[in-house]
Design a protein around this ligand. Structure first.
Ligand code: SAH
Ligand code: SF4
Length: 435
């Protein structure tokens, strides 16, 4: 037994939130106890993100800062896990004397064994094997006091989009057996979770013993107690009619599709190795909207990919205007060592990339506001997440995943599903009253 008081800080995507929750379960099983306050902690766990240079710098900056935390408490321990750990392994131990252990994106499952071994031998170590052990069934991640949870259905990525570091730090695709996933979902339901988001780098390529992603979704929709099912992320090349029909056919599967477009120029899409054209993407969106008129469509877009001309960039802006994403994550291209795009000619300077990103953001802000304003007067079904006491309101999310703030909510608790009439809208939030 370790019996340590620990604090976890998580950077990055939903997969990292899931992994942190799994690490929490493992530490708790070893007699540890979590604290929100780093000053109370004997063990600091940083779960890191490497998807863009900026994310990585933030994590490394935080590790640098924590040197004094470590010094202030003799015997304090510090572990870095996640994608930056996977990417840089041993080098991090050399650079940061305050790190005791570096664990990769798969080896974190052995966190307690590594800690025990460090406490006995005092030997600092980096463990970055990518052997897919398969998530252990004992690790049902801890999402306590929450209404929603993440559930990893597959891990890794085989797509090798030319800009992306994920296939290198998360390894090859691996789909978990469907019975483990459904078993985990039942455990989550028993703990009072109402909404489960199935996560994977590319959930559409889920395949385990003949069960594909639409079949998995349909079975997930039958798990009693889980009221809503979401999933991220879908790759446009694999987002077929079967998936869209499955969504349309099940009320518990939320009317939200996150479908990263990345660029509106076919030339750039090809350089990105995305395997679809704008026309094909558009056709998928048209079918999805025909089947689900109330669908909320969100996307990821990259500004300033190597070789992107102003004309290519204009095509992205036109695609955004034409498709009208309800919201989108917009990113400035970030060079990632070891990726194909890092070697490409035509790398753009920061000023150009920043300027394009700013134009993209400003266009999307207007479209997001219009999308939200179009909901004024509608009655939406909202899953209540938390109270906002300072405003006397509650917060929740619509079926399409839009944040909704509402009043008139006496006697309502997180986890309840209520009807809210939308009276006002900002670019990011719908505001209404409970009916
Ligand atoms: N597997 C998912 C998510 C990948 S990472 C998918 O394919 O959509 C999330 C987003 O980060 C990507 O969709 C992409 O828009 C962005 N991204 C990834 N690498 C990037 C890079 N090097 N520079 C800028 N944005 C990047
Ligand atoms: Fe990265 Fe592309 Fe895989 Fe998404 S699909 S994780 S962008 S390589």
């Amino acid at each position: 037994m370790l019996n340590l008081i620990y604090h976890i800080e998580t950077y990055g995507c939903q997969m990292n939130l899931y992994d942190s929750a799994a690490a929490r379960t493992l530490l708790d099983q070893a007699g540890c106890r979590e604290t929100e306050d780093p000053e109370q902690a004997q063990l600091m766990v940083i779960n890191s993100c490497a998807v863009r240079g900026h994310a990585e710098e933030r994590v490394l900056g935080r590790v640098g800062e924590l040197k004094s935390w470590k010094r202030r408490g003799p015997g304090r321990l510090m572990v870095l896990m996640g994608c930056v750990g996977q990417e840089n392994g041993q080098q991090l131990l050399e650079r940061f004397a305050q790190l005791d252990l570096v664990l990769g994106t798969e080896s974190y499952r052995e966190i307690t064994r590594h800690l025990e071994s460090f406490l006995t031998t005092k030997e600092r170590a980096a463990a970055t094997g990518l052997k897919k052990a398969g998530p252990d069934k004992r690790i049902v991640p801890s999402f306590e006091k929450q209404v929603s949870a993440f559930l990893a259905v597959m891990r890794g990525c085989d797509n090798f989009c030319s800009y992306c570091i994920v296939p290198y730090v998360r390894g090859r695709e691996y789909s978990r057996p469907s019975r483990d996933i459904l078993g985990e979902m039942k455990c989550l339901a028993e703990r009072g979770i109402k909404e489960v988001t199935l996560v994977g780098q590319n959930v559409n390529s889920y395949l385990s013993a003949g069960t594909d992603f639409p079949a998995l979704l349909a079975r997930a929709a039958d798990v009693p107690g889980i009221e809503r099912i979401r999933f991220i992320t879908s790759h446009p090349k694999d987002c077929g009619i079967k998936l869209l029909k499955t969504m349309a056919g099940h009320q518990k599967i939320c009317r939200h599709l996150h479908l990263p477009l990345q660029s509106g120029s076919d030339r750039i899409l090809s350089l990105m190795n995305r395997s679809y054209t704008l026309g094909q993407y558009r056709a998928t969106v048209d079918t999805a909207r025909e089947l689900m008129p109330d669908l909320v469509l969100t996307s990821d877009l990259i500004a300033g990919f190597p070789g992107e001309s102003e004309e290519d960039f204009q095509m992205t802006l036109e695609a955004m205007q034409d498709i009208r994403f309800d919201s989108a994550f917009t990113y400035k291209y970030s060079i990632r060592p070891g990726t194909k795009a890092a070697q490409m000619p035509g790398q753009l300077g920061d000023e150009v990339r920043q300027d394009r990103l700013a134009r993209m953001i400003s266009l999307q802000q207007g479209i997001s506001l219009e999308s939200n304003q179009a909901d004024i007067g509608k009655t939406l079904t909202v899953l209540v997440e938390k109270a906002v006491p300072q405003r006397g309101q509650m917060m929740g999310r619509s079926h399409g995943n839009k944040p909704v703030a509402f009043d008139g909510a006496s006697g309502v608790s997180p986890g309840d599903i209520v009807k809210v009439r939308v009276n006002k809208a900002t670019q990011s939030t719908l505001i209404g009253s409970m009916l």
